[in-house]
Ligand binder design. Structure first.
Ligand code: FE2
Length: 355
């Protein structure tokens, strides 16, 4: 897909509302369309209508004991990231207890189940292509609240397999095996179901930051890839856009300034910004050890982190170890093959410029 650049670059981001068309928008934590299903608050932050059909995304917030039984979606590749709390996940024949930044990746047709282990547990649900979350709009579970019901009594009760039955879900009866303490730090070689721990997987160091691929195109059938970036306070990167892929920014911890089509906005924990192809953007970390999740779709830009970053087995960066000139030199050599166009110097910072 190639963006209509003039049209998209003339748009200021929509704030705190789902736009219903594929334009730049920002959703602050808690905003979005909300549904309560089986005592979990689903806050939908992206639907097929908002992403050109590329993906859906929602936060799922729930109390200890809430969860979802086995359910498989035949046509959707899914990823779940833990944003807060602890969650026990099951894939066929195995189980893990996952915590902040850990993730599980589920190909089409593979069943998954989960159980939240503490109150105010928060998951990011991501599904591609778009369309799976349209089931919520027809569920009758709309709520105006921004938190799940304290008593658990006001929600509709349905199984995940029933909820997603309009998109072909089935719910096999598989054993709920005990959790393993296995440490999952390697991405599989192909499309398959797997767990991966925060700050592991394939890692590429940048100046004062490190990028950890949680899913690569080879794991998602090319639909998307994800990168968890841990970084120090940093200046804005040069303004740029991508013709063929969409970039999604989620903040887990810390503070990130985002610049999108000339509008500056601060993202903190749980905030989200959607930059469809063509959007001119830049970002700067504004707190030490900020953690930001990037979900990019398709996987066309995956190589960017490989060619600009230094291979590392470390889970964190070492301040001063990688120099900006080193990274820019590698980028210059690879630019011609990347879906990346610079449009000018870094934006002016309007505040917080004490770095
Ligand atoms: Fe970008």
């Amino acid at each position: 897909m190639t963006a209509d650049l003039d049209a998209i670059q003339g748009l200021e981001p929509v704030f705190d509302a789902l736009p219903g068309e594929a334009v730049p928008y920002r959703i602050a934590s808690g905003e979005g369309r909300r549904y309560e299903v089986d005592n979990q608050l689903w806050t939908v932050i992206a639907r097929a209508a908002d992403t050109g059909g590329l993906f859906d995304a929602a936060f799922v917030l729930g109390p200890r004991g809430a969860g979802a039984g086995w359910h498989a979606l035949p046509d959707h590749q899914r990823s779940y990231y833990v944003f807060h709390g602890q969650v026990q996940f099951w894939l066929p024949g195995e189980s893990r207890i996952l915590t902040t930044g850990d993730s599980v990746h589920v190909p089409p047709g593979v069943p998954v189940a989960y159980r939240m282990l503490g109150h105010m547990t928060k998951l990011l649900f991501w599904s591609a292509p778009g369309g799976a979350l349209d089931v919520l709009a027809d569920s009758g579970a709309d709520v105006t609240a921004h938190i799940y019901s304290a008593t658990g009594s006001s929600s509709i009760i349905t199984s995940a397999a029933q909820l997603f039955s309009p998109v072909g879900a089935h719910g096999p009866d598989l054993p709920m095996v005990p959790p393993s303490a296995a440490w999952d730090d390697v991405l599989p070689a192909s499309v398959s179901e797997y767990f991966v721990r925060a700050h592991t997987g394939d890692r590429r160091a940048w100046p004062d930051s490190v990028n950890a691929y949680g899913a690569r195109g080879r794991n998602t059938g090319g639909r998307y890839f994800s990168v968890l970036t841990l970084g120090d306070k940093s200046p804005y990167i040069p303004r740029h856009f991508h013709r063929q892929h969409t970039e999604n920014f989620f903040v887990l911890t810390g503070r990130v300034w985002l610049h999108a089509n000339g509008v500056e906005t601060l993202l903190t924990a749980g905030d989200y910004l959607h930059a469809p192809a063509g959007t001119i953007h830049s970002f700067a970390f504004d707190a030490h050890n900020t953690t930001m999740l990037g979900m990019l779709t398709s996987d066309i830009f995956e190589n960017f982190f490989d060619v600009t970053g230094e291979h590392t087995e470390h889970a964190v960066y070492t301040e001063g170890l990688v120099h900006p000139e080193q990274m820019m030199g590698k980028l210059g050599a690879a630019m011609a093959d990347l879906d990346l166009e610079f449009v000018g110097p870094p934006p002016e910072r309007t505040r917080g410029l004490d770095i």
